[in-house]
Design a protein around this ligand. Structure first.
Ligand SMILES: Cc1cc2nc3c(=O)[nH]c(=O)nc-3n(C[C@H](O)[C@H](O)[C@H](O)COP(=O)(O)O)c2cc1C
Length: 257
């Protein structure tokens, strides 16, 4: 008897991935038996294939890489196709994709890849959700966690001094409300997708984004990537690095004669 949902977190990141967060949120909204499994290396394939053999639904939760699925997911999909054909599996497949740029619609080619994969593997494509501004979503949820921690500390310190805890709690509620407002499209469409997964019905394709005006998003993104670039080795590291590309990119003939 096939039952339950397997959520496959396809991010190659070990920790703090937007896909991992979205997979856990979706699992929280999906009823019945469910498992969240991570797909990072070929060593993860057997456990995931084993899990989907007895599942009824599969949700791929993935980042968008170069307008498609990350390359490490493709060998798994080939194995999954063979496994589904051999065992005549009739899974219902959904996808939740997030991307770095602001427009969630950038995930459309990925959704088509998933649809073709399902057609080829004899599976039922049930649609998905594409989320723009995935990095910002990740930053948001980390901020929310940090704020929660600071608020708890503030409340404890105030209580020790005999002061009322309401001011830090009020301030936290306002900040949390603002952060949730930025993610309102994602929350609404995640609830909608979970509703369809629970019923096993076609969710169609939907796209949303972090609700930040594009010009502000670009400004934040530029600052974020400049800081990350500086922290990880210098803003001009690509131009000034002494290291030269190796392997297939080496010029066939050295410049030195
Ligand atoms: C190799 C690579 C390729 C990417 N290609 C795209 C892309 O084509 N379009 C886009 O909007 N974001 C792209 N991104 C950004 C990721 O989709 C984005 O950072 C996402 O939030 C990562 O999700 P994760 O935390 O679940 O891994 C790319 C990131 C990497 C590392």
């Amino acid at each position: 008897m096939m039952s339950g949902t397997v959520l496959i977190n396809c991010s190659p990141k070990r920790r703090l991935s937007a896909s991992g967060f979205l997979a856990r949120c979706a699992a929280g909204l999906i009823r019945g038996e469910k498992r969240v499994l991570q797909l990072r290396t070929p060593a993860d394939h057997p456990a995931i294939l084993e899990a989907i053999r007895t599942a009824e639904k599969v949700v791929f939760v993935t980042p968008l890489y170069v307008d498609s699925l990350p390359s490490h997911v493709l060998p798994f999909m080939q194995k999954m196709e063979a496994c589904c054909r051999e065992n005549r599996l009739r899974l219902k497949v959904y996808a939740i994709a997030n991307n770095g740029f602001i427009e969630g619609r950038q995930n459309e080619p990925l959704m088509r890849v998933m649809e073709n994969f399902c057609a080829r593997s004899g599976l039922t494509w049930c649609g998905g959700l594409g989320i723009g501004g995935g990095v910002m979503l990740n930053v948001e949820r980390i901020m929310l966690t940090v704020l929660l921690g600071l608020t708890a500390l503030n409340v404890v310190l105030r209580a020790a001094q005999g002061e009322s805890p309401w001011e830090p709690l009020r301030s936290f509620a306002v900040s949390a409300g603002e952060l949730l407002l930025l993610a309102c499209g994602i929350i609404a469409l995640m609830l909608r997708l979970a509703y369809h997964v629970n019923r096993g019905t076609d969710a169609g394709k939907r796209y949303t984004r972090i609700m930040v005006p594009s010009f502000l998003f670009i400004l934040f993104a530029d600052i974020f990537f400049t800081v990350v670039s500086v922290l990880q080795g210098g803003i001009f590291r690509g131009w000034l690095s002494r290291l030269k590309p190796t392997g297939g990119c080496e010029p066939a003939v050295s410049g030195k004669q």
